[in-house]
Design a protein around this ligand. Sequence first.
Ligand SMILES: [Fe+2]
Ligand SMILES: [Fe+2]
Length: 146
Amino acid sequence: MDAKYMSALKHQHERVHTLRAQVEGACVDYVDDSTAEHWQALAGAFRGLAEHLDRHFSFEEHEGFLVDVVERMPESAGRVKELREDHDSIRLAFMDWGRVIESSADVAQQSEIARNGINALLETLDEHEKREAALLQEAYLRDAGS
Ligand SMILES: [Fe+2]
Ligand SMILES: [Fe+2]
């Protein structure tokens, strides 16, 4: 990948971390103080992360490093396939949770979402990004070192 792509990718990953932290923080705020304002803030942060992830995943998939990595390291094909499958399932999960968030009206349900539901989704996302970062390191460090 060229330097421009890699720098854009790095910037996008920083943005994933920032938006993810905002969602986590909004969940904590809502659990602390379950006001309508905090719920709206949580819903907004969640939408922001979902929209960014949708663009980010496309950026990685189409002519991006997920294509390039397999060309460099054909043995990584299975891992790349898993990362692509993660994208599909994470996109779906964000759509589903987005609908649940938009339609939930009572504090009990909202608290459950803020305490447990979203955190489980964030963990799935972290786990994906961790495996992806490891693969990126291997592919591009190996290349730089040879
Ligand atoms: Fe990814
Ligand atoms: Fe990523």
